[in-house]
Design a protein around this ligand. Structure first.
Ligand code: AMP
Ligand code: TRP
Length: 328
């Protein structure tokens, strides 16, 4: 089993990133060969301030470590440190059709918000497929919003193999049953996201305990007072219950039973304390890491070296298979 996943350094990480992705990364490192990437080239598909991008790249890398990824067991690296990502992204872009990319819902959502759209934003899924196939990954832990991109990656792997000979395993998505789609605290019909203009919509992993409590206190709820997990009729409360289930390691059924006869106020208080407790050790480690920037740089250097060796190996096969002439 070989695992690859990535998170964009396009803002501060939030509970959705943690529960949908990062938490799974930590669990997988004992069971599989793992590579975790900070996908800075993906972040550039929308405009970024250069200094903020550099800062955010280091922050995401430090949160990988703070969440418990052990660099002795898993490679942690920055996407742009391994230039083969961009090269394979181009090659897969030549295998991928305009129509396929046009059907991507994340593209439609992001493109709909702006008046001009970069070629990079359109080609984003081909680059993501390259991230995965470059390491011949078998499994990709992601949140539910990446399901369609993973399907395209699988199609591209199969298409490549059919046209050019067996080269890539067809990778499987690993999407958790609970927490794969954490919703905004202000609008339960929208996913929690780094880019929402309302900071109360998300709990960020580096929020102070008081910020966490305040955001959860003003989270929207549903009509009726009953606390039950019913995403269709009670989307806001169901979202709070899912976060609580993961933060407190209880099942949804246990929680539902526990809250019979209790009100939303109590649920929010318990949730706030569970999230504060969940984030506390992560934040403590993050503070230590930010005091030792050389350590983080060394981890990223070592990760890039390991990733690069694997990437070179794949690219030799890919170039030959596609008919690119060797330099000598
Ligand atoms: P991104 O922030 O878009 O780079 O996403 C990084 C990872 O976090 C991906 O695996 C996403 O699927 C996951 N993710 C992002 N937002 C959420 C969310 N609201 N709920 C669950 N997973 C999420
Ligand atoms: N597209 C993913 C997101 O926005 C990030 C990503 C880029 C990724 N490359 C990847 C995730 C490779 C998994 C594997 O969330």
């Amino acid at each position: 089993m070989r695992v690859l996943s990535g998170i964009q350094p396009s803002g501060h990480l939030h509970l959705g990133n943690y529960l949908g992705a990062l938490r799974q990364f930590v669990d997988l490192q004992d069971r599989a060969q793992c590579l975790f990437c900070v996908v800075d080239l993906h972040a550039l598909t929308v405009r970024q301030d250069p200094a903020a991008l550099r800062q955010s790249t280091l922050e995401v890398a430090s949160l990988y470590l703070a969440a418990g990824i052990d660099p002795q067991r898993a490679a942690i690296f920055v996407q742009s440190h391994v230039p083969e990502h961009a090269e394979l992204g181009w090659l897969l872009g030549c295998l991928c059709t305009f129509g396929e990319l046009q059907r991507m819902t994340q593209f439609k959502d992001k493109a709909g918000e702006r008046e001009s759209v970069s070629l990079g934003l359109f080609a984003y899924p081909a680059l993501m497929a390259a991230d995965i196939l470059l390491y011949r990954a078998s499994h990709v832990p992601v949140g539910d919003d990446q399901r369609q991109h993973l399907e395209l990656t699988r199609d591209l792997a199969a298409r490549f193999n059919a046209r050019h000979g067996e080269t890539f395993p067809v990778p499987a998505a690993l999407i958790g049953a609970v927490g794969a789609r954490v919703m905004s605290l202000q609008n339960p019909h929208e996913k929690m996201s780094k880019s929402s203009p309302d900071p109360r919509s998300r709990v960020e992993l580096l929020d102070t305990p008081d910020q966490v409590r305040a955001k959860i206190r003003v989270a929207v709820t549903d009509s009726e007072r009953e606390i039950r997990h019913d995403p269709e009729h009670k989307p806001a409360v169901s979202n709070l219950l899912e976060i609580l289930a993961l933060a407190s390691s209880q099942s949804l059924a246990e929680l539902q039973e526990h809250y019979v006869g209790l009100g939303y106020g109590r649920l929010k208080q318990d949730l706030a304390e569970a999230v504060v407790a969940l984030l506390e050790p992560l934040q403590a480690r993050q503070r230590e890491l930010s005091a030792a920037p050389d350590h983080l740089r060394a981890v990223l250097g070592q990760g890039a070296e390991l990733a690069h060796a694997l990437a070179e190996d794949t690219m030799r096969d890919v170039r030959t298979a596609m008919g690119l002439l060797t330099a000598r």
